[in-house]
Design a protein around this ligand. Structure first.
Ligand code: ADP
Ligand code: MN
Ligand code: MN
Ligand code: MN
Length: 385
């Protein structure tokens, strides 16, 4: 009943916008008809058909989706029921018992279909309710729920390559030879420097329209390599927004007939790999307390991380050892290091954070193909729990 009144107010505003009342005055339309119009409008508003794209993570951490037509308006995750798909087609179940259950977790607007249509990030379960082996969301949510008062914020920098399906090389790489060496491409402009801007730009707009917390994009160090940043997001929200942003990137790239490559070292040789730098802070790191500065809390966290280096590397993405050679703005794969403004360290504190005595720090180790649920959950587990 409550929402009915809200809708009635919305409908009234709408009619006002349409200058209906001007016509009442001019043509002396009977108010009874206006009342009927309002109710027809509410009826349409409640019973509008909504297309919902259910998105989930497949057996090789690829993103998959299918569409459900709902004969009502969808405003919250709780308006949606669970669904299922054929897991034998995604490498996640046998043909004999093929059903995988998807549970809606985070709702976004559908920037492609527009209007009231939605997209929903889901996690995956067996029919008996067990999470699938790569459903890391459930684990991460449980980690965050143990200390919600810490208010962890994350900002992830997703680097990626755009691949030309005809040459199988990144955009900007000629078919038969290498392009000029790195230097001219990072944050560049111009047809000889920046390759694939249409995709990066359209993806940015899609994220904004979907309601994803995207904080920027830039051209990266290698040709055809780009980055987008998701955050700051609180706790589990970071993984939800990052996975949906990756899905939108796949969809935009599909439109432009290019392939998104999230591998950490897709081009061997003297070319940068792709990472997923993870910026992180808790409330105490951002603000400090009466007795300690934010930087004290940051230093504590980094000290804890230094004792669990390999444990973290194990969940920071696959193929990362090819990227983390110590060259190309990376630290080495098997040793932990930290520093101020040092892009060759595992962990970097920004100059501003040190100067202010509070703020956040950057874990530069996660690779571009990492699972953000695992990375954010693991950071929180090691530093806080
Ligand atoms: P870099 O200088 O390493 O390229 P970026 O500007 O690409 O950094 O990304 C920084 C990310 O850190 C952004 O996503 C931003 O939203 C996030 N961020 C900013 N402040 C905080 C904070 N206090 N805690 C966590 N993340 C933050
Ligand atoms: Mn960046
Ligand atoms: Mn970068
Ligand atoms: Mn960074």
């Amino acid at each position: 009943m409550f929402s009915y009144f809200i809708l009635k107010k919305k409908a009234l505003n709408y009619l006002l916008k349409m200058y209906i009342f001007k016509y009442i005055l001019i043509y002396k339309i009977n108010f009874k008809y206006i009342y009927i119009y309002i109710n027809i409008y509410i009826y349409i508003y409640i019973y509008m058909t909504t297309l919902v794209e259910y998105v989930w993570i497949g057996g090789n951490n690829e993103l998959r989706s299918k569409t459900r037509v709902c004969e009502k308006n969808i405003n919250y995750v709780s308006d949606l029921s669970s669904w299922n798909y054929d897991g034998s087609s995604t490498g996640q179940a046998s043909g004999g018992d093929s059903e995988v259950i998807i549970r809606p977790c985070a709702l976004f607007n559908d920037p492609f279909r527009g209007e009231n249509h939605k997209m929903v990030m889901c996690d995956t379960y067996t029919p008996t309710g067990e999470p699938l082996s790569n459903n890391n969301r459930l684990w991460a949510k449980n980690i965050f729920d143990q200390a919600l008062g810490e208010e962890p914020w994350f900002g992830l920098e997703q680097e990626y390559f755009l691949i030309d399906p005809n040459t199988n090389k990144p955009l900007g790489f000629p078919e038969d030879k290498d392009p000029p060496p790195q230097g001219q491409y990072y944050c560049s402009a111009g047809a000889n420097n920046a390759f694939g801007r249409d995709v990066a730009e359209e993806h940015l707009m899609a994220c904004v329209n979907a309601g994803i917390k995207i904080s920027g994009i830039n051209a990266e160090v290698a040709p055809g390599q780009w980055e987008f940043q998701i955050g700051p997001c609180t706790g589990i929200e970071e993984g939800d927004h990052m996975w949906m942003a990756r899905y939108l990137l796949d969809r935009v790239a599909e439109k432009h007939n290019v392939i998104v490559d999230l591998e950490p070292k897709p081009v061997k040789g003297d070319w940068n790999g792709s990472g997923c730098h993870t910026n992180y802070s808790t409330k105490n790191m951002r603000l400090g307390t009466d007795v300690r500065t934010g930087l004290d809390y940051i230093n504590d966290a980094i000290e804890k991380l230094s004792h669990k280096h390999m444990e973290h590397m194990n969940v920071y993405g696959s193929g990362n050892e090819q990227r983390m050679t110590g060259a190309h703005e990376t630290a080495s794969f098997d040793t932990f290091s930290d520093g101020v403004a040092n892009r060759g360290a595992s962990i970097r504190r920004g100059n501003e954070t040190v100067a202010n005595g509070c703020g956040y720090f950057e874990d530069r180790r996660p690779s571009s193909n990492c699972d953000p649920y695992l990375v954010t959950g693991k950071l929180f587990e090691t530093t806080i729990l």
